[in-house]
Design a protein around this ligand. Structure first.
Ligand code: AMP
Ligand code: ZN
Length: 119
């Protein structure tokens, strides 16, 4: 279901296999790989296989996809043994949110104590 991929998008290139990634999970809707610059012992990026630039762009049609991403996050938290110790699931949107890659992604971070408030 690799629809709507964008030529100059880094994460679309990972989906197409044009750029390597350390993929830890994939299915027909999402791909999950290790962040190249990990900010915690476990730092995974969960991305939809369809190009959606940012969370502002989702609508009712994406409700099940966003739900699925959360189910995958919970499953991977268990698989990577951060379920009980705790983890953070983060989406950065636009400049103030710190978004660097314009393809929707959720960071799954764990394996260390997180700070609050975030920087
Ligand atoms: P954000 O700042 O929320 O847009 O997050 C983008 C994330 O993508 C950062 O944590 C980067 O370290 C990560 N990243 C950038 N390029 C790659 C890559 N080629 N493979 C894996 N992660 C990447
Ligand atoms: Zn993309």
């Amino acid at each position: 279901m690799e629809t709507n991929l964008v030529d100059n998008c880094l994460f679309c290139k990972i989906i197409k296999g044009e750029i390597p990634a350390d993929i830890v999970y994939d299915d027909d809707k999402v791909l999950v790989f290790r962040d190249i610059d990990p900010q915690a012992p476990v730092h995974l990026l969960i991305i939809p296989r369809q190009h959606i630039a940012r969370i502002n762009d989702i609508g009712p049609a994406e409700a099940s996809l966003i739900g699925h991403i959360h189910l995958v996050a919970v499953e991977l938290a268990k698989k990577f043994s951060i379920s009980e110790t705790g983890f953070r699931l983060v989406n950065n949107c636009n400049d103030d949110g710190g978004q660097a890659v314009d393809h929707l992604h959720f960071h799954l971070l764990g394996g260390r104590k997180m700070n609050w408030p975030p920087g």
